[in-house]
Design a binder for this molecule. Structure first.
Ligand SMILES: [Mg+2]
Length: 188
């Protein structure tokens, strides 16, 4: 039997917090904030982590905090459109009202991938921070939102691991760059 994976959208596969004025747009009930090619990862990348023959990936997302019923319906429509376009292989989608708990009947045996720490902590099964899957260095700049907004939306604060990843990348990438660079120059 395939293992069930519940995948969050905002801040996990959809770059909501990386766009200018996202919080103002949410408060103004602008549904366009959930549109556009704002993929944090592609469907192909997702399938490297969770191949279809081993994992049954489903979306488990929330509607915005303190929003009207009309806006929540519009947001769900927009999120479905976005998934149809960029993650068409995920056809099972669950949308819940904003809160800190996403547990479902089968949580114990399912994996949750979610950027929210309180949601991960309350999950009864295995919960994974997307930054640890997709990579901190790549993911971290998208999470640099003002502390108050971060608190409101339970986005993980900057982590010391980012620094170590940065150092690691410097060591791995920069010498390679210099080797390539001098080699090209030597040929010229
Ligand atoms: Mg999220």
């Amino acid at each position: 039997m395939r293992k069930i994976v519940y995948l969050d959208m905002d801040g996990t596969i959809f770059d909501l917090y990386g766009q200018d004025g996202w919080l103002e747009k949410l408060r103004a009930e602008d549904a366009e904030v959930f549109g556009g090619d704002r993929r944090i990862i592609t469907e192909e990348t997702l399938r490297i982590f969770f191949p279809s023959d081993e994992y049954d990936v489903r979306v488990l997302s929330m509607t915005p905090l303190n929003a009207s019923k009309e806006y929540c319906d519009k947001v769900i429509e927009k999120k479905n459109e976005w998934l149809d376009k960029f993650f068409p292989s995920i056809t099972k989608r669950i949308y819940r009202a904003y809160g800190h708990n996403k547990n479902l009947k089968n949580s114990e045996n399912a994996i949750l991938v979610d950027d929210s720490e309180p949601i991960r902590n309350s999950w009864r099964g295995k919960a994974i921070n997307p930054a640890e899957l997709w990579g901190w260095f790549f993911y971290a700049p998208r999470q640099l939102v003002p502390a108050n907004d971060r608190k409101l939306y339970h986005i993980s604060p900057p982590n010391v691991k980012w620094f170590f990843d940065f150092i690691l990348i410097l060591f791995l990438k920069i010498p390679k760059f210099w080797v390539d660079f001098s080699f090209e120059n030597a040929i010229i």
